[in-house]
Design a protein around this ligand. Structure first.
Ligand SMILES: O=C(O)CCC(=O)C(=O)O
Length: 256
C-alpha cells in the first residue's frame, strides 16, 4: 500500500514465449502500440504485490463523474434473468447472489461456472468507461462482465478469472461504482489441503470511481471474492473489462 507509480501505459508480465506465439496475442500487442500513441492520460497508481500477485489501483473518476456514470448505468444496463442469472456447481443450479450481465464486441462469449454468456452490444456509457480505462492503461478491451450488488448481502464467492479464452497479456480491469466494498485475495495454497501454506490474504477496499488492474499472473495463484458485508445498505456496480481471444472461446454451445 505504500508505493505510488505514475506511468503512461501498462504492459502485463506475460511475454510472447510464455504463450507460444499465437496470432491473436501478436495482434493485441500491435493494437496496443497504436493505442500508446493515441491515448495517454497518466494517473497515480498504487501497487499491490505479493507472491504471484501483481495489482495496480487508482481512482479513475472523481465523485461527480462516478455518480453520473452510476446513474447512467442504472438506466442503460439490462441484467440477465433466467438461466443466465444462475451458476452450476457440481451439476446443481444456483441463483447468483447479485445481478450479472455481459456486454462487448459482437459474437464474443465468456464461459464460467457452467454458464455461457454472450455479449450484448456496447452501450454509450460502457464505451465511455471502457475508453477511459484504455486511456489510463494503454490496454484495449473487447468485453465486460458487469455485477450489480443491491446491498451488502449480495456478494461473489472466491474464484479465479483464469478461463482459457482470456488474453493473459491483458490485465482484468475492474471499475467500481457505488458503495465501497471489501475485496479479498486469497492464495490458492492458503485455502485447504494437507500442504496448506500460511500466506496472508490481501485485503483492499474498492472505492467509488476506482480502477483495479489484476495483472498476470495474479489470477493463476490468487482467488478473489467480494464478501457479504451486512452493514452496507446501498448498491454497487462493478465492471470487469477483459480481452477475449476469439479462437480460444468455447464453441458448439447453443445460445439463447
Ligand atoms: O465486484 C467485484 O469487485 C468483483 C467481481 C469479480 O470478481 C469478477 O467479475 O470476477
Amino acid at each position: 500500500m505504500d508505493k505510488f507509480v505514475t506511468r503512461h501505459r501498462k504492459r502485463s508480465a506475460v511475454e510472447a514465449d510464455e504463450w507460444k506465439s499465437e496470432e491473436p496475442i501478436k495482434k493485441c500487442q500491435e493494437d496496443e502500440c497504436e493505442v500508446e500513441e493515441e491515448f495517454s492520460q497518466p494517473i497515480p497508481w498504487q501497487k499491490f504485490e505479493a507472491e504471484g500477485l501483481d495489482c495496480d489501483y487508482s481512482l479513475l473518476f472523481d465523485k461527480e463523474e462516478a455518480d453520473r456514470l452510476f446513474n447512467q448505468l442504472e438506466e442503460e444496463v439490462v441484467y440477465f434473468t433466467g438461466d443466465k442469472a444462475k451458476l452450476q456447481v457440481y451439476g446443481k443450479s444456483y441463483s447468483v447472489p447479485r445481478k450479472q450481465v455481459t456486454y462487448g464486441d459482437e459474437g464474443l462469449m465468456y464461459s464460467f461456472s457452467g454458464v455461457h454468456l454472450l455479449a450484448k452490444p456496447w452501450t454509450p456509457t460502457l464505451e465511455h468507461i471502457r475508453d477511459a480505462v484504455t486511456k489510463a492503461t494503454g490496454h484495449t478491451f473487447n468485453f465486460v462482465l458487469i455485477n450489480r450488488y443491491k446491498d451488502g448481502h449480495d456478494h461473489i464467492g472466491e474464484h479465479r478469472d483464469d478461463e482459457r479464452e482470456l488474453d493473459p497479456a491483458c490485465p482484468i480491469a475492474s471499475v467500481s461504482l457505488g458503495a465501497v466494498r471489501d475485496f479479498i485475495f486469497r492464495h490458492k495454497d492458503a485455502r485447504t489441503g494437507s500442504s496448506k501454506r500460511q500466506i496472508e490474504p490481501v485485503k483492499l477496499e474498492l472505492a467509488h470511481g476506482s480502477l483495479l488492474l489484476m495483472n498476470y499472473p495474479t489470477n493463476t495463484y490468487w482467488y478473489h471474492s467480494l464478501p457479504v458485508r451486512k452493514k452496507v445498505k446501498t448498491p454497487r456496480i462493478n465492471l470487469t473489462f477483459r480481452r477475449i481471444v476469439k479462437n480460444r472461446q468455447k464453441t458448439g454451445i447453443k445460445m439463447e
